[in-house]
Design a protein around this ligand. Sequence first.
Ligand SMILES: Nc1ncnc2c1ncn2[C@@H]1O[C@H](COP(=O)(O)OP(=O)(O)OP(=O)(O)O)[C@@H](O)[C@H]1O
Length: 342
Amino acid sequence: MIELKNLSKQFETADGSVDALRHINLTIRDGDIYGIIGMSGAGKSTLVRCINMLERPTEGSVLVNGKDIGALKQKELRAMRRKITMIFQGFNLLMQRTCLKNVTLPLRLSGIDRKTAEAKARELLALVDLPDKANSYPAQLSGGQQQRVAIARALATEPDVLLCDEATSALDPKTTHSILELIRDINKKLGITVIVITHQMSVVQEVCNRVAILENGEVVEEGGVAEVFSNPRANATRNLIYPESADGGSVFPEGGQRVRVIFNGAVASREPLIAKMAVDCGIMASILGASTRSVGDRAYGYMLLDIPGSPENLAKAVSYLSATPDITVQVEAEYAAKEVEA
Ligand SMILES: Nc1ncnc2c1ncn2[C@@H]1O[C@H](COP(=O)(O)OP(=O)(O)OP(=O)(O)O)[C@@H](O)[C@H]1O
């Protein structure tokens, strides 16, 4: 288990100090595939570097199985880094060495003899589905294959945790999918906890069971992936889940009464619900935005509705929509139009 307790990181720069991380509290359980997602500059890389102490937090602690790793001596820290390994967006392979040598290196560095190390490296290259690339150089491989070699290298020291820092960001969607499948397999077969740092919600959706959303160095939302997708509370989360229809409000008319109808796995079509509300309650709602997607075999998504008329109409619509199974309703804006007129 990894626990981040009140973790903060401040960088001092010529222009003053930057709060890269602010009071982060997170628990990553053994066996999780845990997503940490945020826009550029949110603090993801700093967070991942604090998890393995490549960056020292300014405040707070990182506990691995209850042990404060900030207090480890250099030698213990090196041993810990063999148990929490990392893969990167740019793969970071040694280009002058064969794939076999790349995977062998961490084993040799930990004192294992050449023959045993090479046998283990060949096993790992087979595990990542590259049994025939031992003697190839990284430049002779595709991006996806290079990331597989990097994964084999990261697994060489039999880690408990694999940190993936934007590991699929340089790959096309099909290759991304195959690498995420490999990560899921490794998590299941080898029982390795995985932390996935990404700016793409699709990556979280595909592979993670839990997620934390970072914004300006703070965790603004955390939970099970299905739960967060079905009912995103923070604006940052909504913008990441529905980037194509991020509704800051400026594209919609001023004022009005907006409700967000969230589908929590309901296989509901939109039009009948709105049409039914018109017939049953006489409320003619307009759809301001909508987006749905599926997670596993469940459908999630939302509709943003404008409810015309009085506050009583709004209350009636909320109560009508809330009575529908697997739907949550949130009032987005109060009856601002009336106040503007008054
Ligand atoms: N070494 C550093 N010195 C000063 N400021 C830094 C340093 N590293 C990061 N920062 C600042 O800390 C904040 C968080 O940066 P970080 O790289 O962790 O974000 P990120 O979410 O990983 O972004 P990206 O996705 O663009 O890599 C940013 O404002 C960044 O400018």
